[in-house]
Design a protein around this ligand. Structure first.
Ligand SMILES: NC(=O)C1=CN([C@@H]2O[C@H](COP(=O)(O)OP(=O)(O)OC[C@H]3O[C@@H](n4cnc5c(N)ncnc54)[C@H](OP(=O)(O)O)[C@@H]3O)[C@@H](O)[C@H]2O)C=CC1
Ligand SMILES: O=C(O)[C@@H]1CCC=N1
Length: 278
């Protein structure tokens, strides 16, 4: 049904590209029905056009006007400018999906000042390869059909769940930012492997395959992570020695602090926008 949907991306950065790549790869959208624009970087738009075949509209207002779905993919601080600029072009026959961290559906609704369905989405960059973990929530005017349409889009680029808006800052902290925590751990593991005497290449290869294997074990066996951990940990063995070191250095506390701090930052981003702070 939605193959013919016209999509307009406002914002052409990392997240817009990750979504574009995933959605086009899975043929959930047609490149010639997708328009993308940003604030100023023409070279960036040319690259997206070359790579994905999407349209770079000369008439941006018309691209917004004609879109069935407008995907807002600008930084939280730029949301106000990006939306108010096109305020007169939004209309009831379309929906807006905002991926901006921390920005509530209510804030978006106030800026567009029209009864348009707004959906707040929090994907992550793994949507590039169809493996995002996305959460969606509904604004005041979004009907179940709008949520289904959004879920249809996001389910092409990974898993997609619908949550209450109160959960979105936590989602942002956990799965929106989450890939970066994992990459940080991979960086640390790789360096540690080198420190322990391996070559960089071997250390990377072993780290990545270990990560992949552990992720698949969790998904495929559905066993509790603690149980899977127990099976690796021989009494008095190497894993136990390594885990004791992680516990001594409060690994779990560090992870908890990271998620809670990211959650409060998500709230701050929303508050800053409301206070008009750039
Ligand atoms: N990166 C991630 O992992 C995730 C990001 N998000 C959210 O996605 C949003 C975008 O993040 P990201 O892609 O990383 O950011 P980037 O900085 O990579 O991209 C931001 C884009 O917005 C454009 N832009 C800024 N102002 C305007 C405007 N007034 N009109 C049109 N376009 C504008 C910029 O254009 P120009 O370059 O010309 O200034 C740029 O193309 C953020 O709100 C973030 O919270 C959500 C989930 C994950
Ligand atoms: O760092 C950020 O603010 C965005 C939101 C989630 C991932 N990246």
């Amino acid at each position: 049904m939605k193959g013919a949907e016209r999509i307009c991306f406002i914002g052409a950065g990392a997240m817009a590209e990750a979504m574009l790549a995933g959605l086009l790869k899975n043929r959930r959208i047609d490149a010639d029905r997708v328009s993308v624009f940003n604030r100023q970087r023409r070279d960036r738009l040319d690259k997206l056009k070359r790579t994905y075949g999407v349209r770079i509209p000369e008439d941006r207002g018309r691209a917004v006007l004609e879109a069935d779905t407008v995907i807002l993919a600008v930084k939280p601080k730029d949301v106000q400018e990006a939306l108010t600029q096109w305020r007169d072009y939004f209309h009831k026959g379309q929906r807006i999906i905002s991926v901006a961290a921390g920005i509530s559906t209510e804030a978006v609704e106030k800026m567009i000042a029209a009864e348009i369905p707004v959906i707040r989405a929090m994907p992550n960059t793994s949507c590039t390869i169809g493996l995002s973990a996305t959460a969606l929530c509904a604004g005041k005017w979004a009907k179940p059909a709008d949520m289904e349409a959004a879920r249809y889009l996001f389910s092409a680029i990974g898993s997609a769940v619908i949550v209450d808006e109160e959960a979105m800052d936590s989602v942002t902290a956990l799965s929106g930012s989450g890939p970066a925590y994992i990459y940080f751990m991979v960086e640390a593991l790789e360096r540690a492997g080198v420190e322990a005497g391996l070559s960089k290449e071997i250390s990377r290869e072993l780290t990545l395959q270990t990560l992949l294997g552990a992720a698949h074990m969790l998904m495929e066996t559905r066993e509790e992570p603690a149980e899977l951990r127990r099976k690796v940990t021989s009494p008095g063995g190497t894993t136990m020695a390594g885990l004791e070191e992680l516990k001594r250095r409060r690994f779990d506390e560090a992870i908890k602090s990271a998620v809670l701090r990211a959650k409060s930052r998500s709230r701050e981003l929303g508050n800053l926008l409301e206070q008009g702070v750039k």
